[in-house]
Write a protein that binds this ligand. Structure first.
Ligand SMILES: Cc1ncc(COP(=O)(O)O)c(C=O)c1O
Length: 396
């Protein structure tokens, strides 16, 4: 039988799991190792990237209580609206640049105001943003630059890791990310006043329940199986039932667990190998698809080293995108189309109209984007098949 290739995956080994299950070491040790790895003087782990953003915003609000707006691109994880609102703040959207697939900085510049608490810079799919320009813009309005590097672990620009290029940043360790401890998030900052403010917020978090800890242990095992093509093919029907298909309406907050910290510590030891493989897989797809008429690839900024969480391809129209998607799936490679709608269309209560579309770039991305997998468990031959399937669909 043809092996199916899942869309995401961290290759946790049997030994990583055994090390995690043994009660030796915990959060402190992972914290030190992660700071060293990221080149950051300080970090704190929490149960998710969403919680990390919530705590960051609460912390920043204590430093600038007169500000209540958070600026973010209209095409990104829609669940980001939840922590912004829970922190008592108002999401303000900007458009997306079809060349970089990140925030359109010209549009963003016009939406910063003296009420902006934070500008959320989001290196989508692992593509680093122009942090120098984003910082200049945020500083002009006295806003904080927050880097949401949830899906950009290992990407860097001018020698600085994604997550450390703003005033404060965070990464996610959920099951689709470059390093996964089933769930989890980490806050990074070199600014002492922000460290103290975030630490004060972290101190309010409850510990994970015993039930949640047991669930994490079971899920880590299931996930280690599910990311391997052999098991993925065998268990595909069951795994499909556990995929997210609806919009999140809430999120739980708790501390990171020692089990997750031990798993993260073990995975971090071989992170360079699997992050490098993601980079290479992305470059291979880039080379296969470049110069194909009807396929737009993202512009990679000079000085950027991209660790692709998935490889983004922009097709000329929604029909061609859907045809390419079907063709890649038929080749047994699980491509995805990510979020079906931009944030302003999903959350009508944000007050943006639809006609004329205030964020045409974001809407275009939602309709024309296809993501190909880049995780380290996919062989080069299968990547070539996926790339060729896209080319065939476009030429038809
Ligand atoms: C860009 C971005 N930010 C934040 C998050 C939230 O992270 P988590 O799932 O760990 O809460 C995600 C999740 O996929 C994401 O893609």
């Amino acid at each position: 039988m043809r092996r199916l290739i899942p869309s995401t995956g961290t290759p946790a080994s049997f030994f990583d799991l055994v090390r995690a299950y043994l009660p030796v070491g915990g959060e402190r040790r992972f914290e030190e190792a992660f700071c060293r790895w990221a080149g950051s003087p300080w970090c704190r782990f929490v149960n998710s990237g969403t919680t990390a953003l919530y705590l960051i915003l609460k912390a920043l609000r204590t430093l600038r209580p007169d500000r209540d707006e958070v600026l973010l691109p209209a095409y990104t994880a829609p669940s980001l609206v939840l922590p912004i609102r829970r922190a008592g703040l108002r999401p303000v959207l900007c458009d997306v640049d079809l060349e970089t697939l990140n925030a359109d900085l010209t549009d963003a510049g016009g939406r910063l105001t003296p009420r902006t608490l934070a500008f959320l810079m989001i290196p989508m799919y692992g593509l680093p943003c122009d942090a120098a320009e984003a910082r200049r813009m945020a500083e002009r309005y006295g806003a904080f630059l927050v880097e949401d590097a949830a899906s950009a672990m290992g990407s860097r620009m001018d020698g600085r890791m994604a997550g450390t290029r703003g005033d404060v940043g965070f990464l996610s360790f959920n099951r689709g990310k470059n390093l996964s401890t089933v769930s989890g998030g980490v806050v990074l900052t070199d600014r002492e006043e922000i460290q103290q403010a975030v630490a004060a917020q972290c101190a309010t978090l409850p510990a994970a329940s015993l039930r949640a800890e047991v669930r994490l242990g079971v899920r880590a095992f299931a996930l280690a199986l599910a990311v391997r093509p052999f098991w993925y093919t065998l268990l595909h029907g069951t795994i499909s039932r556990f995929k997210y298909t609806s919009l999140h309406t809430d999120f739980e907050m708790s501390r990171y667990t020692d089990f997750q910290a031990r798993l993260g510590f073990s995975l971090l030891r071989c992170a360079e190998t699997f992050l490098t493989q993601r980079h290479k897989n992305g470059i291979l797809l880039y080379n296969i698809l470049s110069n194909t008429e009807g396929v737009a690839l993202p512009r990679i900024l000079p000085g950027a080293h991209v660790v692709f969480n998935q490889f983004p391809v922009l097709l000329s129209d929604p029909e061609t995108r859907d045809a390419a998607h079907r063709a890649v799936l038929k080749a047994g490679v699980e491509a995805t189309t990510l979020y079906p709608e931009p944030i302003h269309r999903l959350y009508g209560d944000l007050g943006y109209g639809r006609d004329p579309d205030p964020f045409p770039g974001a809407t275009a991305v939602s309709r024309r984007l296809l993501l190909l997998p880049t995780h380290p468990l996919i062989e080069a031959s299968r990547l070539r098949e996926a790339g060729e399937a896209v080319i065939r669909a476009v030429k038809r």
